[in-house]
Ligand binder design. Structure first.
Ligand code: MLT
Length: 410
């Protein structure tokens, strides 16, 4: 009999969002009359249709694929030059990033998980708590942790608590870490890091020969002018950081799939013997071995996000979702709840009413208001006592959720 990767057996329960879906399905099976009333503000999945600029570009790319003279088979694994260059010109202008440092993929979830392929064993992994569960679970799968304790915290990970006291931005640890996961704007708390906070992280990473895995999937939601959009805005970051970006939440690509990872050529890791090796070279090798490139129509659609029309349409989508976040913030504040995030991110992070745990709040919202939220403890033990509301929804649903919240809590 074949042996299995027994690290998988260390994983707690199901992945958070399938687990939520399972509970919602169980509820609707038991209460079929309530099914139509359910409003989902749990998973951060976009609801608004793809921008027309994107659709037109994809249609025309599909037509190209229908003509022998313009048909394309396998594309470059790292992505088409037209998209890599458009990304650099529109997202990293003036930051010294070149198109061949951008790797196109089918999602940031995949990239943040797959990146572990190129790192060795024995690295100290620093993770915020609460955190996007993919960072933790993929490290468990890769064998970088021991077992979980009763709170779901894995032995061997360096947890960095994010609380209201530090505005949900982790302080640099006193211990030495080798790989550090940071996500700003943050999922799940909606927190953003200031330039000086990021500079402290870059300084720490350089001093400790560490690499920052910087997830900027929600960058497009930043509203404040002084909040950095990229880790590469910080001097020295090109020697110590990888950045993950996505078209999922800005262009509405959750069902289309396109993202990218930026790996500066100046970034190195080292062999067990201490010889430096460029990370770019390893990721390029990994990508071309295990991935055959995002599809041509999808990459054409992604490039259209940066067209003049595309930019206007994406900006309207962002305004729509941020308008939703504002409504959620106001509704929760009016109910006397403690409210964080939702100002530079599509997630509103809310303190549960006194004496109610995160999962109790989840159940209460589902059973009494037919609203799906995400329990804070699903993102880590420091998330206990909070819940996350996703602003990805129609305005009508958001208004309805606000009035149901009011009826439920006041
Ligand atoms: C979330 O709800 O946290 C996100 O949808 C997760 C993701 O983008 O994979």
């Amino acid at each position: 009999m074949a042996t299995i990767n027994s690290n998988f057996l260390k994983l707690k329960a199901g992945y958070l969002f399938p687990e939520i879906s399972r509970r919602v399905s169980a509820y609707t099976e038991a209460n079929p009359d309530k099914a139509a009333r359910i409003i989902r503000c749990g998973i951060g999945d976009v609801t608004e249709p793809l921008p027309s600029a994107v659709r037109e570009a994809m249609h025309s790319a599909v037509d190209e694929q229908g003509d022998r003279s313009s048909f394309k088979g396998y594309g470059p694994e790292q992505g088409y030059e037209f998209l890599r260059q458009a990304i650099v010109d529109n997202q990293f202008a003036g930051l010294g990033i070149s198109a061949d440092e951008v790797f196109i993929s089918d999602g940031s979830k995949c990239d943040t998980g797959n990146i572990l392929d190129i790192f060795g064993k024995g690295n100290v992994i620093a993770i915020t708590d609460p955190v996007y569960p993919v960072y933790v679970d993929t490290n468990v799968m890769a064998g970088n942790t021991g077992e979980a304790d009763e709170n779901g915290a894995y032995d061997g990970l360096l947890y960095m608590p994010c609380t209201a006291e530090n505005n949900f931005v982790a302080d640099v640890p006193t211990e030495k870490a080798d790989l550090i996961y940071l996500c700003f704007p943050n999922n799940p708390t909606g927190a953003v890091a200031t330039r000086s906070q990021l500079a402290a992280w870059v300084k720490y990473a350089k001093a400790n020969d560490a690499i920052i895995l910087y997830d900027a999937a929600y960058e497009a939601f930043i509203q404040d002018d002084d909040v950095p959009h990229s880790i590469f805005e910080i001097e020295g970051a090109k020697d110590c950081a990888i950045e993950f970006r996505s078209f999922s939440k800005n262009g509405g690509f959750t069902g289309v799939r396109c993202a990218y990872t930026v790996i500066p050529k100046s970034l190195s890791g080292r062999t067990a013997e201490g010889t430096p090796v460029p990370i770019h070279q390893l990721w390029s090798r990994r990508h071309s071995t295990k991935f055959n490139g995002a599809s041509y129509p999808v990459q054409k659609g992604a490039a259209a996000v940066f067209s003049e029309e595309g930019k206007k349409q994406v900006s309207a989508l962002i305004s729509h979702y941020m308008g939703n976040a504002k409504l959620f913030r106001e509704a929760c504040l009016a109910l006397g709840l403690s409210v964080f995030g939702g100002e530079n991110a599509p997630y509103v992070w809310v303190g549960c009413p006194e004496g109610i745990t995160s999962w109790q709040m989840f159940d209460k919202m589902l059973e009494e208001a037919q609203v799906v939220i995400t329990p804070g403890s699903g993102f880590g033990s420091a998330g206990e006592g909070y819940f996350r509301i996703s602003a990805f929804n129609s305005r009508e649903n958001v208004e309805e959720v606000c009035s149901r919240l009011k009826a439920l809590i006041s």
